[in-house]
Design a protein around this ligand. Structure first.
Ligand code: DOR
Ligand code: ZN
Length: 360
């Protein structure tokens, strides 16, 4: 289905978000609608406290997500398992066979929010990765090393050398999504890799570089992990996302935290981008003269990589300036969205969900 593009209106096949944090409880209740309105499906991250490591926990979480989605919205959460040093390959395989787990997420222990139970040494996952390789289950990676002697701005590039490239070589059939890439090294690596390797790119890493964190004062609402890098890395990400290369697809990494947790002496990593996600990607694609490639990036390459049907509904973006709200309420806490208080030129109009999906 080609995108019907005019200067003022953009009709896209309904997209999916291949990387979201929906949280739980009041936060989940507040944020679920912002993902479920534009996106038909979303890969939901398992870094809850405690993390999602069993089929039973994933089923329960899926139910809570569905209960938090407003009536009338057609949305399917795709669940992931949180890999730990001790995780049982049989549990993973059973969850996959029963249609509960779509993929597994690798957090190096200590790399990011709620990663304390993550993996301390990739070699401890050998049996799990072998099993995933044999059943065609994708591995989603937070690609940063955690070594104290490695500068935080180099942690992604070092991860490629020390962990990702050797793991791909040891498991030549394993499908891998390199999540939320932030460097030209990652872009080059994914481009050169074979077809079983893909990457998600966030809207915020396309929009700002590390100056947005530090110039004129510390900006905690621009802090996320992996941290934004120098401008030439951002340019490489923009080129990759808008190139039409199907190895690069949409994953927002929307990651809400209460304002008090962000504006703190030790603020949390994460940007709550869901309320502006599609509009923000449209901004980048328009600036790059590539609006005609947004549909592939947002709605086609992800499902093709995961081996899932394309959605048949549509969403419409209208050229209409609007001001992003400063805050949203989530129970007793407030959260601040990406672009809070700013203006965006595109606005999401309508998500017409469809009952069924087209064959691949
Ligand atoms: O910025 C981030 N926030 N990066 C992550 O890897 C985790 C996420 C979160 O859960 O808040
Ligand atoms: Zn994430």
């Amino acid at each position: 289905m080609p995108a019907a593009t005019s200067p003022d209106r953009l009709v896209l096949r309904r997209p999916d978000d291949w990387h979201v944090h929906l949280r739980d409880g009041d936060m989940l209740a507040a944020v679920a609608r912002h993902t479920a309105w534009p996106f038909a499906r979303a890969i939901t991250m398992p870094n809850l406290v405690p993390p999602i490591t069993t089929v039973e926990a994933a089923r329960g979480y899926r139910e809570r997500i569905l209960a938090a989605v407003p009536a009338g919205l057609d949305f399917e959460p795709l669940m992931t398992a949180y890999l730990t040093d001790e995780i049982d390959p049989e549990e993973i395989a059973r969850g996959h066979a029963e249609g509960v787990f779509t993929a597994c997420k690798l957090y190096p222990a200590g790399a990011t929010t709620n990663s304390a139970s993550g993996v301390t040494d990739i070699r401890r996952l050998d049996r799990v990765l072998e099993r995933m390789q044999s059943i065609g289950m994708p591995l989603l990676v937070h690609g940063e090393v955690v070594d104290h002697d490695i500068d935080i701005f180099d942690r992604e590039a070092v991860f490629i050398e020390r962990i990702l490239a050797p793991t791909l070589a040891r498991f030549p059939g394993l499908k891998v999504v390199f999540e939320h890439i932030t460097t030209c090294e990652a872009v080059d690596f994914v481009r050169a890799a074979d077809a079983r390797v893909a990457a998600t790119i966030t809207a915020h890493h396309l929009e700002f570089n590390r100056n947005a964190l530090l110039v004129g004062g510390i900006r905690p609402h621009h802090y996320c992990l992996p941290v934004a890098k120098r401008e030439h890395h951002r340019q490489a990400l923009r080129a990759a996302a808008t190139s039409g290369n199907p190895k690069f697809f949409l994953g927002t990494d929307t990651a809400p935290h209460g304002i008090a947790e962000k504006e703190s002496a030790c603020g949390c990593a994460g940007i709550f981008s869901a309320p502006v996600a599609l509009e923000s990607y449209a901004k980048t694609f328009e600036e790059e003269g590539a609006l005609d490639r947004l549909e592939g990036f947002a709605s086609e390459y992800g499902p093709r990589f995961y081996g899932l049907p394309l959605n048949t509904g549509t969403v419409t973006l209208q050229r209409q300036s609007w001001t992003v709200p400063d805050t949203l309420e989530a129970g007793s806490v407030r959260i601040r969205p990406f672009h809070a208080g700013g203006a965006l030129a595109w606005r999401l109009q309508d998500a017409r969900a469809s009952e069924d999906t087209e064959p691949r």
